[in-house]
Design a protein around this ligand. Structure first.
Ligand code: MG
Length: 480
């Protein structure tokens, strides 16, 4: 062989062996999303009335985020933001879709599952969907390979104490895009947490040899509360505590399964909630701890939720971060982690990996965060360092110091109103008790200017503005 030929052969062997080397496997991701879990409902966030050993372990082995928010403190809106990386009003979904709804997630939106699909991930979901219950809107039509769960909230059923007889159809359980049980009765609801956890365990085991994404969206602790016999009466803190202990158990099931299959070091697990506690339910509601108000408001108790993330070796174990983050940031962060493309249309979330990882000097890349509620009302603005929050004039609901309800029967909220912008320094006053607008006019002006940008982009029904960046939701064809 000539020298040239030998060199060529050697080069070929090098190239061939380089291309034969296995590419590093991208990380698996599991997102555990609770329903109406309050800020202070788990051990790592100060709960003392019952124990949550698996979440304690997750915090010890992972990282706690104490200033993590949802886009809007209600179910469909919050879930849409998590799964599209957009403020929910950008994609035309507001509030909580009921069984009579004819809209859902638009086919053109890219869901988190579709981000993972670009890279050949196995994608699965168990639990509450709430982005539209008609077949065209269900998870398996939007990037998930498999799905088991309820299409909307577990109180949208004929057994609700407040439901007028006949106003809700029976509550269905769906597998894929088919109803597999048309009537989830009060006798069956206690199985939901277990069924979802078992599905997660089965999915992880089945896909252990390839990259996967699993979305475990618990129906609990949304009312009506139900718990299996495994946890009934076990927490010593009533039904609510039992329910949270069963969710904690489900987290243990996921962590144990990852460990069993040697996937700990290659899996990011996120645990959080879709909104704060539904305070009118009193003994059946969670706690927002030091935060003001709860679900259904733009106060901290509504949008700030407990959040834990665990990825051994990648996220510093046993640490805590007070950086402000929002669910909209997860989709672009995951996309960057796995080298997937973002959709061509505009999204609102940004890659915040350096904040998750605790990179020294990392700064939140947002100009501001916005908090809409109800039908497109711009109610609050945040500086992205999480310090300043401007509450814009709006109406909201409050118990006004009255006790919540008992045993699944809610108390009545009273209407309340803010008539002038109020500024809160969340670093000094996380409970939003002292309006400091008068002594910080420059901060108020700057947040008011940013509010104008939000209105231009997404509109604002409180000031009768139409947004230029709003897209349509998916709609059921006429006559169907
Ligand atoms: Mg909820």
């Amino acid at each position: 062989m000539t020298t040239l030929l030998r060199t060529l052969v050697a080069a070929f062997v090098l190239i061939a062996s380089a291309s034969a080397a296995p590419a590093p496997r991208p990380p698996n991701v599991v997102v555990i999303f609770c329903d109406d879990l309050g800020y202070a409902d788990i051990g790592p966030f100060g709960c003392k009335s019952y124990t949550t050993p698996h979440l304690d372990r997750m915090a010890k082995e992972g990282r706690k985020f104490t200033n993590f928010h949802v886009s809007q403190a209600v179910c469909s809106a919050s879930r849409t933001a998590l799964l599209t990386g957009c403020y929910n009003n950008r994609v035309g979904i507001h509030g909580a879709l009921g069984p009579g709804s004819r809209i859902g997630i638009h086919a053109n939106e890219m869901t988190m599952a579709e981000v993972f699909k670009q890279k050949g991930y196995a994608t699965g979901m168990a639990g509450k969907w709430h982005l539209g219950h008609h077949p065209q809107f269900l998870p398996v039509r939007h990037g998930f390979d498999e799905y088991l769960g309820l299409p909307y909230s577990n109180d949208m059923w004929p057994h609700h104490p407040e439901a007028k007889k006949g106003s809700y159809p029976n509550l269905p359980l769906i597998e894929g895009d088919k109803v597999i049980d048309p009537d989830i009765t009060p006798e069956k609801q206690p199985n939901l947490t277990t069924w979802y956890a078992e599905r997660a365990v089965k999915f992880i085991a089945k896909n252990k040899d390839r990259p996967f994404f699993f979305y475990l969206a618990h129906s609990m602790p949304h009312v009506p509360l139900f718990v299996s016999d495994k946890f009934k009466g076990k927490s010593g803190a009533g039904l609510y505590g039992d329910v949270i202990q069963e969710i904690d158990w489900s987290v243990g099931q996921v962590l144990d399964t990852l460990k069993k299959h040697g996937l700990d070091d290659n899996t990011l697990v996120v645990f959080t909630s879709d909104n704060g506690p539904w305070l009118s339910y009193g003994t059946h509601a969670g706690s927002a701890g030091p935060l003001r108000e709860g679900k259904g408001t733009a106060w901290e108790g509504g949008t700030r939720v407990p959040c834990l993330m665990r990825w051994p070796g990648k996220l510093p174990a046993g640490t805590s971060s007070g950086e402000m983050l929002m669910t909209i940031d997860l989709l672009p962060t995951f996309a960057q982690l796995i080298g997937a493309k973002l959709p061509e249309h505009k999204i609102d979330g940004l890659d915040v990996w350096s904040l998750l990882a605790g990179t020294p000097g990392a700064k939140n890349p947002h100009e501001a965060y916005w908090s809409y509620y109800a039908q497109n009302e711009l109610q609050a603005m945040f500086t992205p360092d999480g310090r300043w929050k401007l509450q814009l004039p709006h109406g909201f609901r409050t118990l006004a110091g009255q006790p919540g309800g008992k045993d699944g029967i809610p108390a009545k909220y009273a209407p309340a109103k803010i008539t002038e912008p109020q500024l809160y320094d969340l670093h000094a006053d996380v409970g939003e008790k002292s309006d400091v607008a008068a002594s910080n006019p420059a901060v108020v002006q700057s947040l008011l200017a940013l509010a104008e940008k939000a209105r231009e982009e997404l509109g604002d029904s409180l000031t009768q503005r139409k947004g230029s960046g709003v897209r349509e939701p998916g709609r059921l064809p006429e006559g169907k």
